[in-house]
Design a protein around this ligand. Structure first.
Ligand code: GLU
Length: 278
């Protein structure tokens, strides 16, 4: 009798250990809906992009993507204090969604067919375009056509701008790939590279931090539709996030969030996109 009980307890302990192991590996097995029911969400943002997704020295988070994330979470039923923000660098975003390390990502994340093979996207909630940033005194780089003569061009690993340069300008420029945009900005300011490329809104945020030192040049030359990346196949959450984006645009919060964050740094008119319910 006693032995049987000990045996049963041992089997129980092994079962618990096995379940715990199965849930390990960075994320957990619970769905976003489970997390919402618990009043908690882990949302991926950038930590180093001023005006978009930025972690302040005091540990608070600022930016347009942060505002979009908070609004969407609120509509799903999760208040700001139920949100854990996690840094999701450009090249790691799909993996972090697939591993369940984040529920969704709001991080200047362009919707592409390639990425859609691994994750789904709600939105778009914003449209930007690839541009160039140089030092104020630079005169020989005036736009994308002037990217000749083996100039050193910095962008970020796994980003759509880096891919665009590889596809279109591989022979004329030396592409220097970093892990994040602040590293590119540092390289530009120190003279290690000649030019930085990514979405105009990201470049405007960095330029605004060092007023007068850096300038955007030329027109935008791609269309980047920002989506909210989430687990592939989670139709229900995607539909709810799409509803939230539409509400954010309709009730004026979308415009207000932009004006209170990155808006003043970017001089162009703001047109709300329509979400794509594919
Ligand atoms: N929107 C582009 C992308 O998703 C560039 C910005 C970024 O790296 O987050 O690749």
């Amino acid at each position: 009798m006693r032995i049987n009980r000990t045996l049963r307890l041992a089997i129980g302990a092994i079962a618990v250990a096995l379940v715990a192991t199965a849930c390990g590996g960075g994320g957990d097995a619970a769905t976003t809906e489970d997390h919402v029911r618990e009043g908690k969400l882990t949302i991926g943002i950038k930590f180093d992009q001023p005006g978009l997704g930025f972690r302040e020295a005091d540990g608070s988070y600022q930016g347009y993507d942060v505002e979009v994330a908070k609004y969407v979470a609120g509509k799903l039923g999760v208040p700001p204090d139920g949100i854990t923000f996690k840094e999701t660098p450009t090249a790691q975003r799909e993996t972090m969604i697939m591993n369940g390390e984040v529920d969704f990502i709001v991080a200047t994340y362009s919707i592409t067919d390639e990425r859609k093979k691994k994750v789904d996207f709600a939105g778009p909630y914003f449209v930007s375009g690839q541009a160039l940033l140089v030092k104020n005194e630079t005169t020989d780089i005036t736009g994308v056509e002037s990217l000749t003569g083996n100039k050193k061009l910095c962008s970020v690993k796994g980003s759509t701008p880096a891919q665009y340069v590889k596809d279109h300008y591989a022979k004329d420029v030396q592409l220097v790939e970093m892990d994040n945009y602040s590293q590119c900005i540092q390289a530009l300011r120190s003279g290690a590279v000649d030019v930085v490329t990514t979405d105009d809104i990201i470049l405007a945020g960095f330029a605004g931090q060092v007023s007068g030192e850096l300038k955007l040049v030329g027109d935008t030359f791609t269309i980047e539709k920002y989506g909210i990346g989430l687990k592939k196949g989670d139709q229900q959450t995607r539909a709810k996030i799409n509803d939230a984006i539409e509400q954010m645009i309709a009730d004026g919060s979308w415009q207000k969030a932009f004006e209170n964050t990155i808006g003043p740094l970017r001089d162009s008119t703001l047109t709300p996109p329509s979400v794509d319910r594919y």
